[in-house]
Design a protein around this ligand. Structure first.
Ligand code: CA
Length: 369
């Protein structure tokens, strides 16, 4: 069995979407078998990662055995490491890893979670991840949270997405929004607060103390992600769980976060290593008694890959992230992922369990130069 072709393309969900708003997909085809589909993080449409797949990675995969995929991808990581292991290259490898797991599942006629050793749970709760709250008025924040509660999430995370070059820009405003959301949902509903790297250490501790008083579940990326020691300092000074890791692209980087004192890490399946990479992260977190709660913002392929990984994880302490509940990407799937009563059923079909509507995909597919 050999890899015959690696397709690399963007998916343009609506005619008005510019390239930066498209998804970044790959598809690996065997000579005598099914194909597997994968997705890279779509930062700027994933164009940097798709270019690396097309021009550097795909040519070396042709005629290789897809069941050697971990060896193949680790070889590629080390061959092309100077292209930038902190981002574009690892996102490219993540897309290929997911596609090769999908392919492997189809070859063995098993869902991926079975190949990972089985599922601890077959229905997975999710949390509503709500971005853009730094720019919204307090009332607008409340209206958006109210709307997302209708999907029956197990928790809500409010993200601030402020200008990263202007830390501590509106600490009092952020605190007021955190208080208002707590009042809206009541004392017992689980809430999380994502600073998106928006504070200094002092600012983060000030906000974190209020989040503790308000009973928030976790406090995400309080300071710049590259200030690993500072993240650890904030985590150690606060009682609330401080999390980070969505901008960490290597296992060694994750180990540095843990060593600094971060006790909840959030690697992302479409950014670092795909399913294989996340399984390694799970082992690392388990070895250190650290929570691993994957970051995940892509609502279709990335989400499905994450469900298999999360279901196979023994010590899952938080629900899966669901960023965008919009159905605008559903047309390309025969079975788009949808929650039922606040739970995502674990896909049971071979591989990822996604069935592509090829005619609809063809209308939206944008080739990569
Ligand atoms: Ca985040």
């Amino acid at each position: 069995m050999k890899i015959r072709d690696v397709e690399v393309f963007q998916v343009q969900w609506a005619p008005e979407d510019n390239p930066a708003q498209c998804s970044a997909w790959v598809r690996v085809q065997c000579d005598d078998g099914p194909c597997g589909i994968g997705e890279a993080s779509p930062m700027q449409g994933g164009l940097a990662s798709l270019g690396i797949v097309k021009h550097n990675l795909a040519p070396t995969l042709i005629d290789k055995d897809p069941l050697d995929h971990a060896v193949l991808l680790d070889t590629l990581l080390h061959t092309f490491v100077k292209l930038g292991p902190e981002g574009a290259l690892t996102r490219a490898l993540a897309a290929l890893d997911i596609a090769l797991w999908d392919l492997k599942g189809k070859l063995f006629k098993q869902p991926i979670y079975k190949l990972l050793g089985g599922a601890w749970r077959k229905s997975l709760p999710f949390y509503a991840s709500i971005g853009g709250n730094g720019e919204r008025s307090l009332d607008e924040v409340l209206r958006v949270v109210e709307a997302r509660l209708q999907d029956k999430p197990a928790a809500v995370k409010i993200r601030f997405d402020n200008d990263r070059t202007r830390p501590d820009i509106d600490i009092l405003g952020d605190i007021a929004k955190a208080r208002a959301v707590r009042r809206l949902v009541g004392d017992h509903f689980p809430l999380a607060f994502d600073a998106n790297n928006g504070y200094s250490v002092g600012g983060a501790i000030r906000v974190g103390r209020v989040l503790e008083e308000l009973g928030y579940w976790w406090f995400e990326e309080p300071v710049q992600h590259y200030h690993v020691k500072a993240l650890g300092e904030v985590a150690q000074k606060l009682d609330i769980t401080v999390s980070a890791g969505e901008q960490t692209y290597t296992l060694a980087g994750l180990a540095d976060l843990i060593a600094a004192g971060v006790r909840m890490v959030q690697p992302d399946i479409v950014k670092m290593g795909g399913i294989t990479g996340l399984m390694r992260c799970v082992a690392l977190a388990n070895a250190h008694g650290v929570e691993l709660v994957p970051h995940q913002t892509q609502p279709t392929i990335g989400h499905m890959a994450n469900l298999h990984l999360a279901a196979s994880q023994a010590h899952a302490t938080k629900p899966c992230e669901l960023n965008d509940p919009s159905p605008r990407m559903h047309a390309v799937f025969e079975n788009p992922p949808r929650p039922v009563d606040g739970l995502f059923p674990l896909p049971q079909a071979p591989g990822l369990g996604v069935q592509i509507n090829e005619a609809e995909l063809a209308k939206r597919r944008v080739p990569i130069a």
